[in-house]
Design a protein around this ligand. Structure first.
Ligand code: GDP
Length: 299
């Protein structure tokens, strides 16, 4: 099971530790919650989310009249799953009608790779896909995207390095309209060093989309790198001010013990995690499902 394998490191960071704690503890007391709190914070669940989870755990344990630590884990799983569900509105499912997917995020988080994987996934469902290489600030970004395009058999609309990202998207939209493409995926530049610049660039891109492709189903995916932990939350806050993010792609979960960041993102930002990256391969991007996630993590 790829998800379970992908969560190996996080399982060592959270599950092995809480198993140790709950199994050998005895009667529930305040110190138990203190120890649980420490485990969760170290695993990057984040302080506000940790407190929220522990408060709900205490309440639920009381309601269910559980007195012994050996019964805590099952309740904890339920509490985590419920919290993850709160912001998990709709799963990532595109292409039943013409859709434009705008992908944002800083360089290095796995944006290009995720676009390749998403394109492959949509195409394997029998839908047509087009990619727009609108991260025009790095020649390497355009080249890499074209390599992915070739690999998955999807056309990549591109111009030369330094050209106007909005112009690339304009071209791509005309092409998508002409060919009645199901899903147009747009890469964008990931420069966060200057928030005003970022906002200006993105708003220009969105203006073109509003004008050229109105009434088209829109998904704005923010790609975040799970290995950066709490830093990812900071990035999300900035990007969410610049664009109306509809979902998060959380990459490299396989590379970190701090997968607890899924919970932090979900509860602190109120934006659903829609896709998770659990490896470098073309199939290693999965729909995020709270139940599957909790089962894979805690069993
Ligand atoms: P970009 O600069 O944001 O476009 O990042 P890239 O797509 O080039 O990815 C940067 C590196 O992260 C590459 O080596 C990818 O193979 C790797 N990567 C992306 N997603 C994942 C993932 O889910 N798991 C792992 N282990 N590596 C990933």
């Amino acid at each position: 099971n790829k998800l379970k394998d992908g969560l190996d490191k996080t399982r060592k960071g959270i599950t092995d530790k809480i198993d140790d704690l709950f199994n050998n503890y005895g009667e529930i007391d305040d110190e138990l919650f203190d120890e649980l709190e420490e485990i969760l914070i170290i695993a990057d669940v984040g302080i506000p989310t940790t407190h929220k989870l522990i408060e709900r755990l205490r309440e639920t344990l009381k309601q269910r009249k559980i007195k012994d630590a050996s019964g805590v884990k099952d309740v904890f799983k339920d509490v985590v799953e419920d919290m993850l569900r709160e912001n998990n509105s709709v799963p990532f499912n595109v292409g039943d009608e013409p859709t434009i997917v705008i992908v944002i995020g800083v360089n290095g988080v796995g944006k290009t790779t995720s676009i390749g994987k998403i394109a492959h996934h949509i195409k394997s469902e029998g839908k047509s896909v087009l990619i727009a290489a609108a991260d025009t600030f790095r020649a390497a970004a355009i080249d890499q995207l074209m390599v992915w395009g070739e690999r998955v058999g999807v056309n990549v609309v591109h111009q030369s390095e330094g050209s106007d990202p909005a112009a690339v998207i304009f071209d791509a939209i005309q092409s998508a309209k002409a060919k009645k493409t199901d899903v147009l995926i747009c890469d964008t530049a990931g420069r966060l060093h200057n928030k005003v610049n970022l906002m200006n660039e993105l708003s220009k891109v969105f203006r073109v989309i509003d004008r050229e492709y109105p009434n088209t189903k829109r998904e704005v995916l923010l790609v975040l790198d799970a290995t950066t932990g709490q830093n990812a939350i900071q990035q999300a806050k900035v990007f969410n001010e610049a664009a109306n993010v509809s979902g998060i792609v959380l990459t490299k979960l396989d590379g970190t013990a701090k997968g607890g960041v899924v919970m932090a993102i979900n509860s602190e930002l109120g934006i659903p995690v829609k896709l998770i990256g659990v490896g470098e391969g073309i199939e290693d991007l999965q729909n995020f499902d709270p139940h599957d996630f909790v089962e894979a993590l805690f069993n």
